[in-house]
Design a protein around this ligand. Structure first.
Ligand code: HEC
Length: 217
């Protein structure tokens, strides 16, 4: 695509050399422009995808948090589990649809089996966990997937505070008997309990088509 564009510019340029100064200037500008387009290159695309990924993850996080807080206020913690069971996944999906990307939360210690990582996500999760275990701060990350057509943005999801422990902490200590019953009923294979504040709970995984990023530049 880039080569094609530059070839056209070159043809114009050569042609313009024979046909007066004004055109030549315009064409020169076009050539410069095409070089600028080339300069947009990978670094700019990666920066933009990182920025956009951050924005989308933050938006999805905010929506989830306000829905969670509202559900707890309306129905209590155990009632909110049913709400999360029915609504968390579609809510995250909807944020993705709005932006033309695919958003999910994945974890090795998943509660909803739909939040299991795929092969690439599992590798990335391993890296986030490695960092966590070794006290290294994990920054959001971009990986090229699908032969470079899609950029996979990932970001750590940590347990920021005690609110999460109501449903992700120690049974008996943080998780009440009533809540535990509800969790066991809805998620018999739940792996998402036993956490402490500051733990890595999973990652945001946002698959962004590269062409959508280019459109934003
Ligand atoms: C009211 C109980 C409740 C609270 C409080 C809660 N969660 Fe969850 N969490 C759930 C349920 C239920 C699911 C599974 C949702 C589903 O079925 O899609 C879940 C799923 C998740 C997932 C997706 C991965 C997985 O295990 O399926 C992440 C990440 C997560 N929670 C993080 C948090 C964080 C961080 C907090 C605190 C800000 C928090 N949760 C607070 C109940 C809760």
């Amino acid at each position: 695509m880039k080569i094609y564009f530059n070839l056209i510019s070159l043809v114009f340029f050569l042609w313009a050399c024979n046909s007066g100064k004004k055109v030549e200037k315009e064409v020169l500008e076009e050539v410069n422009q095409s070089m600028e387009i080339k300069k947009v290159s990978e670094a700019e695309i990666l920066n933009e995808s990182l920025k956009w990924g951050n924005e989308i993850a933050e938006e999805a996080q905010k929506e989830l948090m306000s829905a969670l807080q509202k559900a707890i206020a309306d129905k209590g913690v155990s009632g909110a589990i049913e709400y999360c069971n029915a609504q968390a996944f579609p809510l995250v999906e909807k944020v993705g649809e709005k932006h033309g990307v695919e958003v999910s939360r994945v974890s090795h210690n998943y509660r909803n089996p739909a939040d299991q990582p795929n092969e690439m996500e599992a590798m990335l999760l391993d890296a986030y966990e490695y960092n966590e275990e070794n006290g290294i701060e994990s920054k959001p990350n971009i990986q090229e997937i699908d032969g470079g057509e899609v950029l996979l943005y990932t970001k750590a999801i940590k347990i920021p505070g005690g609110l999460c422990l109501n449903c992700h902490g120690e049974p008996g200590k943080d998780i009440s008997a009533e809540t535990l019953m509800k969790l066991d009923e809805l998620y018999p294979k739940d792996k998402a309990k036993g956490h402490k504040v500051g733990d890595l709970r999973g990652i945001w995984s946002i698959a962004i088509p590269k062409k959508e990023v280019v459109k934003r530049l």
